[in-house]
Design a protein around this ligand. Structure first.
Ligand code: SF4
Length: 97
């Protein structure tokens, strides 16, 4: 059964909705993009983000489910269903809260 996935939608249009951390090594590289470093020394280091489709949905979302659930980014693991952030995302997507 597909989930609600309201939080898997980039409402900003910036493509920076889901930021990956150093520990997110299992996310396939082709599903991510990265900012350039600011110097040849890489200081500050590049920041990786999940790619999004033109409609704002995360590229890993498939059939209403996360296709990389087992290796999803930590920020997705930390997101609490039922939290105010969850309610906010659901409200933005027109879901009942
Ligand atoms: S990686 Fe998975 S859980 Fe995280 S935003 Fe994308 S589809 Fe949703």
């Amino acid at each position: 059964m597909a989930g609600c996935w309201a939080c898997c939608h980039d409402r900003t249009g910036s493509g920076r909705w889901v930021e990956l951390g150093e520990g997110d090594t299992g996310v396939p590289a082709e599903l991510t993009w990265s900012t350039p470093g600011w110097s040849p020394q890489g200081d500050p280091p590049p920041i990786r983000y999940m790619r999004h489709r033109p409609d704002g949905t995360c590229i890993a979302l498939s059939g209403g489910l996360c296709s990389i659930y087992a290796v999803r980014p930590q920020v997705c693991r930390d997101f609490q269903a039922g939290s105010w952030q969850c309610d906010s995302a659901r409200a933005r997507r027109g879901h009942a809260v």
